[in-house]
Design a protein around this ligand. Structure first.
Ligand SMILES: [Mg+2]
Length: 394
């Protein structure tokens, strides 16, 4: 690839993500004003569907106010575990198009698509392909911005929302920047906006007319970045988000032991740690492995691959015990650990099974535990680990 070859950066951003997931999981909500938020009187709106936005409901607004503005809206609670799962599926889809994907938040990602056109086709076509696969696999829309750099890709994805596809060609960059309102530039907050207006700058292109020293004096170091952006330059790299291959927890015991009760206790704590970490990342794994290191430093590993991915501490623990009991305990144990691997939740039936919804009472015991544990995770996050005693869960 030539050093001077133009970069091609994609910014992919889901439209009203939480609300769209609710609408795709429950077709009765399609076309209706859906408001996702805290259900208590003091809750705030986490996401509003485009139908709700038309009635002036937007995120961060108190729920009671949203109810006043949108009395016939459908108010649903936040199901973070579900959104993380869909997010994971979306990232899996994107991974089919480029190895260089940086997940910027639960519902957005940057991709470096430089040099892929010979393999995949022109960027515009690839953008359409990505939108189609996200729609067919997850039933939600997204907006994609394509540009020679990161900051322009981000701005472009926002321009034709919802369900937009906007491309800024290298040759169009100077004209685009000349007309780009400063409030659209990432990093320009209320305060800087005021200062820049005082200096006579309303569009990003106007920055070029300001004396460099004056700009730096007024907005500090950010002025340097602004000057580069005003020239259409942003070399910020897309840094691939590392994909988790396995989640594990292990401990060397204070003293070697054959005592099943002691060892099982470790297994319990470790299952809770591993489950919590999986849930916080919104991922699941199919394979559970138990590892023991004997007093003589030799190791034994037992693993089981399930017929569906799990993130429930209870499931991990139960399989862990089964694996443990399959090992002949003729020596004392020095180290015990459990891990969940085979993390790849994009399977074709996934979406169908999940349409049951995690709160569906007809869901399996498995689903119900995952929801229960997710709820406890969030309580612990708010009130500390000790708020729910360890044994309580299992
Ligand atoms: Mg979004």
């Amino acid at each position: 690839m030539s050093k001077f070859m133009e970069r091609v950066i994609f910014h992919i951003d889901m439209d009203a993500f939480f609300a769209s997931v609710e609408q795709s999981d429950n077709p009765d909500l399609k076309g209706r004003a859906v408001i996702v938020g805290g259900m208590s009187g003091r809750g705030v709106v986490s996401a509003a569907s485009y139908e709700a936005r038309k009635q002036m409901v937007h995120s961060a607004m108190p729920v009671f106010q949203a109810k006043q503005r949108c009395p016939d809206g459908v108010f649903v609670p936040v199901r973070m575990a579900r959104y993380k799962e869909v997010s994971r599926n979306i990232m899996e889809i994107l991974a089919g198009y480029s190895p260089v994907i940086e997940q910027a938040s639960i519902d957005e990602a940057y991709m470096d698509m430089s040099g892929t056109s010979r393999l995949l086709g022109p960027p515009w076509k690839v953008g359409e392909m990505i939108k189609d696969s996200i729609m067919s696999k997850c039933s939600i829309t997204c907006s994609i911005g394509i540009a020679p750099n990161r900051f322009l890709a981000k701005i472009a994805s926002d321009m034709e929302k919802p369900n937009g596809l906007k491309m800024i060609l290298p040759g169009d960059v100077p004209g685009f920047i000349a007309k780009l309102p400063l409030e659209k530039v990432p990093g320009v907050g209320e305060k800087n906006l005021k200062i820049l207006r005082h200096l006579g700058a309303y569009k990003l292109g106007d920055i070029r007319g300001i004396n460099e020293q004056l700009l730096l004096d007024c907005v500090g170091k950010f002025g340097e970045r602004l000057e580069k952006l005003a020239l259409g330059r942003d070399n910020t790299a897309i840094v691939p988000t590392k994909r988790v291959k396995s989640v594990s927890s292990e401990a060397t015991l204070p003293e070697d032991t054959k005592d099943r009760e002691i060892l099982i206790k470790y297994l319990l704590t470790q299952s809770e740690i591993v489950g919590r970490r999986l849930r916080s990342k919104g991922i699941k794994g199919m394979t559970i492995s138990l590892k023991l290191k004997w007093a003589d430093f030799k190791c034994v590993t037992r693993r089981v691959t399930l017929n569906r991915p799990v993130c429930s501490s209870k499931m991990i623990y139960e399989h862990g015990i089964r694996l443990f009991d399959s090992i002949n305990m003729d020596k004392r144990v020095r180290l015990i650990g459990i891990s969940v691997s085979n993390i790849n939740i994009l399977d074709p039936d996934m979406h169908l099974t999940d349409q049951l919804g995690l709160f569906d009472k007809t869901g399996s015991e498995h689903d119900i535990w995952e929801v229960a544990e997710e709820t406890m995770d969030s309580i612990q996050e708010r009130f500390g680990r000790k708020s729910i005693s360890k044994g309580g869960l299992l």
